[in-house]
Design a protein around this ligand. Structure first.
Ligand code: SF4
Length: 64
């Protein structure tokens, strides 16, 4: 499973990292910097929880 983040939608709300701190990373300005990252095996549920929590719908999980 691969993380895709639309930078044009991300508004740095940071709910993704609050709900899935082991999956998502932020850049120095607080925007999601996880675009292109692979979700570690066994952590798909956490990745989904973080993606669902994004108020902008900026996160897509490829390979679902
Ligand atoms: S929750 Fe969504 S809008 Fe907020 S930082 Fe994460 S990806 Fe960006």
């Amino acid at each position: 499973m691969k993380i895709s983040v639309r930078a044009d939608l991300c508004c740095a709300a940071q709910l993704c990292t609050k709900n899935a701190p082991g999956i998502y990373r932020l850049d120095e300005l607080g925007y999601n910097a996880s675009d292109g990252d692979e979700v570690p095996p066994g952590q798909e549920a956490e990745a989904r929880r973080g993606a669902r929590s994004c108020p902008e719908g900026a996160i897509n999980l490829e390979g679902e």
